[in-house]
Ligand binder design. Structure first.
Ligand code: PEP
Ligand code: MN
Length: 370
């Protein structure tokens, strides 16, 4: 296996009933036999859920919180799957969990964000899975480290697991944000670019951390061409023993799913394709122009660097930078370009200009400092 090349059986082969986005729902945690069974029955009755989830071993931030029902919970989950005909999935974080889940007959496993971050744990799970062909879904590590996410998928693949999918559940951040875990959509998109045949399921529940944002994130995920959604549901969300704020009833889930617009990644219509090709040509042209303008801009920065060096002047003049920001932001506003995008763009350009000028300053032997 070449580095980065994975042998993957698509989700459509192991969740065949989902003929569209795969919906995985069920409680954050299996709490009681009755809670698991009644949630499963209500979900199955909606006809919109393809896989039943429930956490059996719960990774909690602080000790003393409910840490999952453990092995008895596995039996509740298996029974609920049998009763409803839904395949069942749970989180495994070590070899003992894998062994218990395989023994109980769990259909699909997932590796949580606090586990995929640790190569030792992922390797332990991969070793415990050798010789099986159970499907495994890998959540993104809590930090936005694409290589770590890919590495976890590679470890499983090397152990012979080919029924693989990824779950995007957002990333922890210290910055103030409306999300429990910031989505950073560019990371799962980069994963799809690096491993084009992987299905990516979005987990809006853990991204949002609350019910209100679920529809918005779910729609965005479908618009980003994600292959399904994992959404936590509970018969009595407010009374849930974990993640109460983000869980919804099976009825609310069905409503949410039915309001989503599933757009196609592509269509066969010739007229549509012709117009799309024309617009893409225009974009290609514009990108060429932007790049050549950027190249010219960097050449001028280099000249400025040489000029500053000859005159023994610092690279950064704060007032000039402040002027650039305020004038460009005003212009961007008038042109309908968002403030945040323009700020990020200017910061990047500025960083590179400084870098170019530093190279000039540090170059030896060319011109002497006066
Ligand atoms: C979960 O799915 O309940 C869970 C613990 O998720 P994560 O690993 O994404 O935090
Ligand atoms: Mn949860």
């Amino acid at each position: 296996m070449e580095k980065g090349e994975l042998t993957i059986e698509r989700m459509s082969t192991w969740v065949p009933k989902a003929n569209g986005p795969v919906i995985i729902s069920g409680p954050c945690s299996a709490e009681t036999e009755d809670q698991v069974m009644s949630t499963a029955q209500k979900l199955a009755a909606t006809g919109k859920n393809h896989v039943l989830r429930a956490g059996i071993w719960k990774p909690r931030t602080r000790p003393g919180s409910f840490e999952g029902a453990g092995e008895p919970g596995l039996e509740w989950l298996i029974n609920a799957g049998k009763e409803t005909g839904l395949p069942v999935t749970t989180e495994v974080a070590n070899a003992a969990h894998v062994e218990a889940a395989l023994k109980a007959g769990v259909d699909i496993l997932w590796i949580g964000a606090r586990t995929s971050v640790n190569p030792f744990s992922v390797q332990e799970i991969a070793d415990a899975l050798k010789g099986t062909d159970i499907p495994v879904m890998v959540k993104n590590p809590i930090n936005p480290d694409l290589e770590l996410w890919i590495g976890a998928l590679e470890r499983l693949n090397k152990a012979g697991i080919t029924k693989l999918a990824a779950i995007h559940r957002g990333f922890s951040s210290h910055e103030k944000s409306p999300f429990r875990n910031v989505p950073m959509w560019e990371v799962p998109i980069a994963l799809k670019t690096r491993i084009p045949n992987i299905d990516v399921i979005c987990d809006p529940s853990h991204i949002a951390g609350n019910r209100d944002l679920l529809p918005l994130i779910s729609q965005k995920a479908l618009d980003m061409d994600m292959n399904g959604l994992m959404i936590e549901s509970h018969i009595n969300p407010d009374a849930a023993w974990s993640d109460a704020k983000q869980q919804i009833t099976p009825g609310t889930l069905a409503q949410l799913i039915s309001e989503l617009v599933v757009r196609k990644a592509d269509i066969d219509d010739k007229e549509f394709k012709d117009l799309l090709a024309v617009l893409r040509d225009e974009i290609d042209q514009l990108d060429d122009n932007i790049m050549s303008q950027l190249s010219t801009r960097m050449q001028i920065s280099r000249k400025i660097g040489e000029y500053k060096k000859d005159n023994n002047v610092t690279i950064l003049q704060v007032s000039r930078w402040e002027d650039i920001i305020s004038s460009r932001l005003k212009m961007a506003q008038a042109m309908g370009i968002s403030d945040n995008f323009m700020k990020d763009f200017l910061k990047l350009i500025h960083k590179e200009s400084i870098h170019v000028q530093e190279e000039v300053m540090n170059a030896k032997g060319e011109k002497s400092v006066k």
